[in-house]
Design a protein around this ligand. Structure first.
Ligand SMILES: [Zn+2]
Length: 86
């Protein structure tokens, strides 16, 4: 009987843990929405010519330099790329 009691308690702990995590997930839709936007399915990745990092096209810092479109991961990389180019 003791083992059954222990098992019942473990199941109860597991179920309450699942309920708590489910509830937390429902309480923070902003965080989840942000994560979904960060890696959209099937989106093209573009390479930052300065730091060689791949970023999703929608997140990229796009600039046209000498008639060519360059996609940077951030404004800092764009500025560093320009200063190194000179
Ligand atoms: Zn970069």
């Amino acid at each position: 009987m003791n083992i059954i009691k222990v098992l019942a308690i473990l199941v109860l702990i597991y179920v309450s843990y699942r309920i708590v995590t489910m509830f937390r997930g429902m309480k923070s839709p902003e965080v989840r929405a942000y994560r979904v936007n960060e890696t959209p399915k099937g989106e093209d990745l573009v390479q930052d010519p300065f730091c060689k990092t791949y970023v999703p096209k929608s997140q990229a810092y796009v600039k046209e330099i000498d008639g060519k479109t360059h996609c940077f991961c951030s404004r800092e990389c764009f500025e560093k790329y320009l200063t190194e180019k000179k």
